[in-house]
Design a protein. Structure first.
Length: 258
């Protein structure tokens, strides 16, 4: 078996930044093999796209996930640049429903379902796991979300990943307002083998509606302040969110499985 694989840095215009994803266009449906490939790639996600039905699946090094923004952005980037350069949009079918990606002038835009979240009292547990006391905590459909006072706190947090893995939710989003951007964030997901994800599109299905309400604006700019970092262009619309970002190819390779 031979499979083309593309390594794409998402939510950035420069290699060695943003969030790297592996993308494989194939009709393989062997979950064990897909998981082994994702573990071997050892990136936060490997996306598998079957163009016969436009189905997309995402695997972390540890397990399959139900929604991944940066690997969807990376998949659309590969599709638009290497499979059909005439298309302006693509609609993927996924475990989280239909996900559209639009090609804009100089970036791509994800059309994702909006998260529903409610305020919960997990302040002490999050403080214990992160070493810093949040102002508020919320639990969404996927993740736990903690709001902090300022960007400096967000940048300086060095979490106890063992403690984070015991919190409710798939992972922990932390965020604050920002002087340069509308908001900044980081994302930790040790449960899925990802201590810190560099740039997390799916986390912004929570962040966008939250900060849109707090700041009373529907168009926002954001940065995930991980070591690699990445910028996102965000829009809050009804029950959906639009998450824009750039992408760049790092490498194209060939997987050979005998």
């Amino acid at each position: 078996m031979k499979l083309d694989v593309y390594f794409v840095d998402a939510f950035t215009s420069e290699i060695f930044s943003g969030n790297p994803a592996a993308v494989i266009f194939s009709d393989i449906d062997d979950e064990v093999l897909m998981q082994k490939i994702a573990a071997e790639n050892n990136l936060s996600e490997t996306a598998f796209v079957d163009l016969s039905n436009n189905n997309i699946r995402w695997f972390s090094p540890a397990c399959e996930v139900n929604l991944c923004g940066h690997a969807t952005l990376a998949s659309a980037f590969v599709y638009f640049n290497y499979f059909d350069t005439t298309k302006e949009s693509i609609a993927f079918s996924s475990a989280s429903g239909e996900l559209k990606v639009y090609r804009k002038d100089d970036y791509l835009e994800l059309d994702f379902p909006k998260d529903t979240f409610k305020q919960v009292d997990m302040i002490e547990m999050v403080e214990s796991a992160t070493g810093a006391k949040p102002l508020e905590t919320y639990l969404g459909d996927i993740n736990l979300f903690a709001v902090y006072e300022n960007e400096e706190i967000i940048s300086n947090i060095n979490p106890d990943y063992s403690a984070v893995s015991k919190l409710d939710g798939q992972g922990l989003i932390i965020s604050s307002s920002s002087n340069q951007y509308d908001f900044v964030s980081r994302y930790f997901c040790p449960k899925f083998g990802i201590n810190e994800d560099p740039v997390t599109g799916s986390a912004h299905t929570t962040l966008i509606p939250y900060w849109s309400g707090k700041l009373s604006k529907d168009s926002l700019t954001a940065k995930q302040v991980s070591t690699r970092g990445g910028e996102l262009f965000c829009h809050n619309i009804k029950n959906r969110v639009l998450i824009g970002g750039k992408a760049v190819l790092y490498m194209k390779g060939l997987i050979e499985i005998s």
